[in-house]
Design a binder for this molecule. Structure first.
Ligand SMILES: [Fe+2]
Length: 559
């Protein structure tokens, strides 16, 4: 027991203060030795004490109940412990087949009363082909096969079982008969059982919108805690909806907790409602699948941008470094302006050590800035690309080209985003030779060259360049972005360049022989230094307002 650390131990033929057990409360002694709670249910009086069954539980149950069972040669009992998510039962059935069969009906009634998944364990004194087991199998599924457990020294018979209630979402993920020839007269069975997740613990927070395109498409991203089958219901109202799912080569993607459902064929300029539905897949075997609870999010809305609609409001933030107070304050300032979309311009998340930390961090942003109702554009900073899970993190976001840099249109404004990589050379020892950002920057030089000569860029009404580390105004001694991109950008007709990284607000007006457009360096990450940029387009006017985390105006620039 100490080795396997079970949540529940079902024990049969256990003594309480009998003469043969030296007057000890055997179950109590086991509880003390294992640090578990003990619940004893006597079946008969015996040798100055009692003899019966018991449950040891790791967690304290909500309630414990003893039910008498028939047994003409010896009275029998059923012991039931109810927990928030399931019911565990222990029994020892009569040797008389009629009494054992009658007991099954009592067990069925007693353990299903709560409506929770049930685990029924015990010495059923019945063989697998018996009517007793066949009757149980109508509503319960055995989590073990028929490997013999009795007698312990050399097992020949199968009379000990662990069942779970069928269709409840409880499922086995492995079991074994323990090689214990002398410890008892039966060999113990240990099974690992998964229980269905509660409905309110299936979808991780709310979905967030990614890769919104004015061709009429958006990706709804969300994570689930267990593996799920899921869909996105959407429509221009909440009554006439269609359902979209994530298919990969003809199959719904149900192997991962990360989900992305692309909604296509949307009408530019139209407002839509959507919500996510996810049902846990508790068992996903080749020839057997079972499903648990379903969770449905509240309705959210989004409006698809349109090439003919020039007006927009965007919020651009940077360097929040996962500081909850900064995030909350900045989100409050940004949401006052009801932005159509939010750009996270690097170092907004911390260095993710695990996937769940990355999920947690992205939701710090997504939840605070309401990305269920407006898309977010995540640009990497030098901190997001550090730590064990940094290379996995891009799977939590989506861009039009599947890369960490690119370009998109909102109305007739063209946005170009770049990924500056690390702020120290790839050969710096702390990277242990795992980075090649020189190559990534070089790749972007080619991208930038083709973007600057593209039709989309040339015909745009306004052009905005956004990246984390400033090309001009960078205070680092290592400045590869300046070295390779400044010559290209020196002639590029951007209206403004939004950056961050230095944690100090700065505006560099167009300077001959240097930046031909205004460069704005956002501040961070402390409350008194953080900035929220509100970029507003109204007809042919574009303005940038820089606000502090307390909402005060720091700067206003007409572009
Ligand atoms: Fe940075």
């Amino acid at each position: 027991m100490l080795r396997s650390q079970p949540d529940i131990v079902a024990i049969q033929e256990v003594d309480s203060v009998t003469g043969r057990s030296g007057g000890t409360y055997v179950l109590g002694d086991l509880a003390e030795a294992t640090g578990m709670h003990a619940y004893f249910a006597p079946a008969i009086d015996y040798d100055g004490g009692k003899y019966g069954i018991g449950l040891l539980t790791r967690e304290e149950p909500l309630s414990v109940k003893r039910v008498s069972l028939p047994g003409r040669e010896e009275a029998r009992a059923l012991l039931i412990a109810e927990f928030p998510g399931y019911v565990a039962a222990c029994t020892h059935l009569s040797l008389t087949p009629e009494d054992a069969l009658a007991s099954v009906e009592i067990i069925r009634q007693a353990v299903t009363q709560s409506g929770k998944p049930a685990v029924v364990c015990g010495d059923l004194n019945s063989f697998p082909e018996s009517d007793v087991i066949k009757s149980l199998e109508r509503d319960f599924t055995q989590v073990c096969d028929n490997k013999p457990t009795f007698p312990a020294p050399s097992p020949q018979e199968k009379i000990d079982y662990i069942f779970v209630s069928s269709g409840s979402g409880a499922a086995s993920c492995g079991y074994k008969v323990i090689d214990a020839p002398v410890e008892s007269d039966h060999r113990p069975i240990i099974a690992e059982i998964t229980l269905p997740a509660p409905a309110d613990d299936i979808i991780y927070h709310q979905p967030y919108l990614q890769n919104m395109s004015q061709d009429g498409a958006v990706t709804v991203m969300y994570q689930t805690r267990p593996l799920c089958t899921s869909s996105v219901e959407y429509g221009t109202d909440t009554l006439n909806t269609i359902s979209a799912r994530q298919f990969v080569a003809g199959q719904e993607a149900v192997h991962d907790i990360e989900h992305r459902v692309r909604l296509t064929g949307l009408t530019p300029g139209q407002r839509y409602f959507y919500r996510v539905r996810a049902r846990e897949i508790t068992e996903n075997k080749a020839y057997h699948k079972s499903f648990g609870n379903e969770s449905v999010t509240p309705w959210h809305t989004f409006t698809v941008p349109s090439p003919s609609q020039k007006d927009f409001t965007a919020a651009i933030v940077n360097d929040m470094h996962c500081f909850p107070a900064t995030i909350t304050a900045m989100a409050e300032v940004a949401l006052k302006h009801n932005p159509d979309f939010v750009v996270f311009n690097g170092d907004c998340m911390a260095e993710p050590a695990t996937r769940m930390q990355a999920v947690h961090d992205i939701h710090l942003m997504a939840d605070a800035f309401g990305l269920a109702d407006r898309p977010g554009i995540f640009i990497r900073g030098n901190h997001e690309i550090r730590n064990a899970y940094s290379s996995g993190q891009p799977s939590l976001v989506e861009s039009a080209n599947g890369l960490t840099y690119g370009a998109f249109n909102w109305g007739d404004t063209r946005f170009v985003t770049l990924d500056c990589g690390e702020d120290k050379p790839d050969t710096t020892w702390v990277y242990y030779g795992l980075n090649d950002f020189s190559r990534l920057r070089q790749e972007q030089t080619d991208f930038l060259r083709s973007e600057l000569s593209s039709k989309d860029f040339k015909k745009a009404g306004r052009r905005v360049l956004i990246h984390h580390i400033p090309v001009w105004g960078n205070t680092d001694s290592y400045r590869p972005c300046t070295d390779i991109w400044a010559p290209l950008l020196a002639k590029a007709p951007f209206d403004v360049n939004l950056t961050g990284h230095t944690h100090e607000y700065n505006r560099i007006d167009p300077t001959p022989g240097q930046n031909p457009f205004p460069v704005i360096v956002g501040g961070g990450y402390k409350l008194d230094g953080a900035t929220v940029m509100i970029l507003r387009r109204r007809g042919n006017e574009m303005t940038l307002t820089v606000l502090g985390a307390d909402g005060r105006t720091i700067d206003t620039i007409s572009l």
